[in-house]
Unconditional design. Structure first.
Ligand code: PRT
Ligand code: ZN
Length: 211
């Protein structure tokens, strides 16, 4: 029996996910051009996937565990357990407006058009604050939307802030703070859970050594 882990095939979380497994003493060949690979010294099978698909694969039990951003877990609304936050892939999902626009609080978003790739989290935030805005879902390059007249504001991931700056935008409201997390299927068998606990023990030791 092997534990099956889903990690990002390529992108911002790929290298750190591989690095974490290596630091846990798990040898895998880096499979950027492969769909899956196996560890040579731990009962672990590694699937390489788009990050957006990872919560569903784990919920469905196609993979037992996965590494993905909390932002994606929440947006996709899948029922999975968060076993451990991993301390990398840190970012925030924020509202931003053109830098010349005055902003005095969330109420200023009322009736605006907001472009985002995170319609679920944004809608929830707007509902909580009793604000009605028009959400324009776009899948990439959200930060150009105000400049081309598609939206008045955006809701996007920010880390250094330089993308916003380069597009003449300013961050005005953090909606969610996020980092990469290890998620697991909520009904693992006792055997799978024992392997997960073994992996978690190593991950926690790696984290401790870094502090
Ligand atoms: O191909 P696949 O679907 O797997 O990847 P993807 O393109 O959807 O995701 P990817 O690789 O860009 O990001 C994966 C995860 O990294 C995200 O879901 C977040 O959890 C995390 N993360 C951390 C970030 C950032 N920081 C980040 N800065 N994801 C995206 N960004 C983007 C942001 O959207 C914006 O375009 O970077 C730009 C802003 O960065 P700064 O530094 O200029 O502020
Ligand atoms: Zn993605």
């Amino acid at each position: 029996m092997k534990l099956r882990i889903a990690i990002q095939k390529s992108g911002r979380l790929h290298d750190d996910s591989i690095k974490l497994l290596k630091e846990c003493g798990i040898d895998i060949n880096n499979g950027v051009n492969k769909l899956k690979t196996e560890a040579s010294n731990f009962p672990l099978e590694v699937f390489f996937l788009r990050d957006d698909d990872i919560p569903q694969y784990v919920e469905d039990g196609v993979a037992d565990i996965g590494i993905v951003g909390e932002n994606v877990i929440i947006e996709k609304g899948r029922t999975v357990s968060i076993a451990e936050k991993l301390g990398f892939g840190k970012c925030r999902l924020s509202l931003a407006v053109p830098k010349t626009v005055e902003y005095n609080g969330v109420q200023d978003m009322d009736k605006l058009r907001i472009a985002t790739s995170y319609p679920v989290i944004l809608q929830q935030f707007l509902d909580e604050h009793k604000i009605s805005a028009e959400i324009h879902e776009i899948s990439g390059s959200v930060e150009i939307a105000p400049g081309i007249g598609l939206a008045d504001a955006i809701c996007d991931l920010v880390s250094s802030g330089s993308t916003l700056f380069m597009n003449g935008l300013k961050e005005v409201q953090v909606i969610l703070k996020s980092e990469a997390a290890l998620i697991s299927n909520s009904s693992l068998t006792p055997e799978q859970d024992a392997l997960l606990q073994k992996l978690l023990f190593r991950i926690q030791a790696v984290k401790k050594a870094k502090n």
